[in-house]
Design a protein. Structure first.
Lengths: 157, 130
């Protein structure tokens, strides 16, 4: 038979462990959460870096806007103004999924001096940041001029 | 049950709780500390950026991925890069997608290779052991 002191001890410890149980659960969860956050930080890649790499193609790839001469040589950094169209962008250069493409990188690209703008198929002017590239443009007459490519980057909607 | 019996039972219960807590915290720390997940994610992200860079480079090029990927299998196709461990369920694969320009193709694989290379040949990007 338990004495009154014994009964009190058991009741006290039960209450103690009920509170301690909640606290221990919270500590374990917090521990897991902190580690999860740490792991995310370890694998985080800033969007600007990826956008820079993707944007390299605009001025350097012949399927985008880089000028390719009659012998087939691609002139990196020289934009063929006749190629600088939405159609070229969306059929050859960079195309995102019609339904889910807004979750990917999309671009609005402007030639500053030419005042000509094109965009990818899921670009909705929700700019996250802007990239700038000094380029040369080759017009229809074969003249080469200096210009600046302004690349508006929409990471995700 | 007498007072002594119940206090022994309580003590056993307390020891069990302490051991369980220590086990849980240690296992969480071990799982994160020994996890290859971060290494897989980093490899997939970096290879995707290498593909994007190769697309933006005129002409042909070969780039060696600087990290040891002998723990993993790599699979490159037109849609993206997959990094996984041999025999791992597909839902645990780390997949990173990319967009290639028209006419471009990406292909190749490497299984438990120390060094892998990405090669751009005309309009094809090939993943292969170096």
């Amino acid at each position: 038979m338990l004495t009154k002191k014994g009964q009190f001890d058991i009741a006290r410890k039960t209450i103690y462990w009920m509170i301690a149980g909640v606290m221990i659960t919270l500590i374990v969860l917090a521990f897991a959460f902190i580690f999860g956050g740490y792991k995310s930080k370890l694998t985080y890649v800033p969007g600007e870096i990826r956008a820079e790499y993707i944007a390299l193609r605009f001025a350097n790839n012949e399927e985008c806007f880089a000028w390719q001469d009659v012998s087939g040589i691609v002139h990196a950094g020289i934009i063929d103004i006749s190629k600088f169209t939405d159609e070229q962008m969306n059929t050859s250069c960079y195309f995102t999924n019609l339904n889910q493409g807004y979750e990917e990188f999309n671009f609005g690209v402007t030639l500053e001096n030419e005042k000509k703008s094109i965009r990818t198929n899921n670009y909705y002017h929700k700019d996250d940041y802007t990239l700038f590239k000094e380029v040369l443009i080759r017009d229809e007459n074969g003249l080469i001029k200096k210009d600046r490519l302004i690349i508006y980057v929409q990471e995700k909607i | 049950m007498n007072s002594k019996g119940s206090s022994i039972l309580m003590m056993i219960f307390e020891i069990l709780i302490v051991l369980l807590t220590v086990y849980l915290i240690t296992s969480i720390a071990y799982a994160y500390g020994s996890s290859t997940m971060a290494a897989k994610v980093n490899a997939a992200e970096e290879i995707r950026m290498m593909v994007d860079t190769l697309v933006g480079v005129p002409g042909e090029a070969v780039v060696e991925y600087s990290k040891n990927v002998s723990q993993f299998s790599l699979l490159l196709d037109n849609a993206g890069i997959a990094v996984f461990e041999k025999g791992q369920a597909k839902n645990l694969w780390i997949i990173r997608e990319f967009n290639l320009p028209k006419g471009y193709k990406a292909e190749g694989s490497a299984e438990n290779e120390t060094r892998v290379c990405l090669e751009k040949k005309v309009k094809k990007i090939i993943l292969r052991p170096c």
